[in-house]
Design a binder for this molecule. Structure first.
Ligand code: C2E
Ligand code: CA
Ligand code: CA
Ligand code: CA
Length: 273
């Protein structure tokens, strides 16, 4: 009968096949994506709330698949992590972001997302160092964004790695904060330079008392540890006002600007707000 369990099962399996096939194709096509110039980086501004000035840009990866069109990083990064392709892709992203940032005004930083898997790479610190030398970007202008989940996976290793990175002069932001399971203890024993409140809380800050309470708690936490807090996913002036009232330091989101081309080509975007 229609809607019966049997019918649903009959349709379920081919769908799974289709998903698995798509994944295999993505995995396969990812291997040539760098050589075929299918990747680009977009840059989204991060604003100081008190002054309105841009302090830096987050680099966000885009893949233009020849037949599928644009594929979201949410879709292909997990596949790249599974196949190990993430190492080459991550290195490409870092080199490209540093090279681009080199041509920006000196006060602007570039933030690069790191996959959890990249922390497991033995020579990762050497790779970062080489890219900095090669591109001539000051380490003080590079920030790496790492999620809570990445740190929890192997705490000792993550700590060792972060200390080395810090020695270079590179700074570290903890990304998507509030969505993982890091304890307060982890937070204070890791050398973070910035906390990024996950956009899910900011987007719900006016409908959800809980989301608002979490934002306040993260701000209190950051400030008691002397770590600046950035809110991501700021889409409206109301959200920005709430964050300013609560003493949030920085903001990023569609309200200020969508991810776009390198700011060196759009010089006036630096004066926004
Ligand atoms: P993320 O690091 O949390 O990046 C923020 C995401 O939120 C980006 O999605 C950005 O375009 C989007 N966003 C920014 N402002 C707003 C806003 O006001 N409202 C809403 N609704 N969304 C906003 P995107 O570019 O699709 O990237 C998704 C995720 O993919 C990133 O989340 C990050 O985890 C991953 N990713 C992107 N680029 C890279 C990369 O180069 N390397 C690695 N490992 N992961 C990356
Ligand atoms: Ca990020
Ligand atoms: Ca984030
Ligand atoms: Ca995220």
């Amino acid at each position: 009968a229609k809607g019966s369990v049997a019918e649903n099962i009959a349709f379920y399996e081919p769908e799974m096949d289709e998903t698995a096939r798509a994944r295999r194709q993505i995995a396969n096509d990812l291997r040539h994506a760098i050589e075929r110039n299918e990747f680009t980086l977009l840059y989204q501004p991060q604003h100081c709330i008190a002054t309105g000035k841009v302090s830096g840009y987050e680099a966000l990866l885009r893949w233009h698949h020849p037949t599928r069109g644009p594929v979201s990083p949410v879709e292909f990064i997990p596949v790249a992590e599974e196949t190990g392709e993430i190492f080459r892709i991550g290195e490409w992203v870092m080199r490209e972001a540093c090279r681009e940032a080199r041509s920006w005004p000196k006060h602007l930083k570039v933030a690069v997302n790191l996959s959890a898997v990249q922390l497991l790479q033995n020579d990762f610190v050497a790779i970062v160092q080489n890219i900095l030398v090669e591109t001539g970007l000051s380490p003080l202008r590079l920030e790496l964004e790492i999620t809570e989940t990445a740190i929890i996976a192997d705490k000792l290793r993550a700590l060792h790695f972060l200390r080395q990175i810090k020695t270079l002069g590179v700074s570290i932001a903890i990304d998507d904060f509030g969505t993982g399971y890091s304890s307060l203890d982890t937070l204070h024993s890791f050398p973070f330079d910035k906390i990024k409140i996950d956009k899910s809380f900011v987007l719900r800050s006016h409908e959800s008392v809980e989301a608002c309470a979490i934002i306040k708690a993260v701000l209190a936490l950051g400030h008691s540890l002397n770590v600046p807090v950035l809110a991501e996913g700021v889409e409206t002036i109301e959200q920005l006002d709430l964050l300013r009232d609560q003493g949030c330091d920085e903001a990023q989101g569609f309200y200020f600007g969508r991810p776009g081309g390198s700011p060196s080509q759009t010089a006036d975007s630096q004066m926004m707000c």
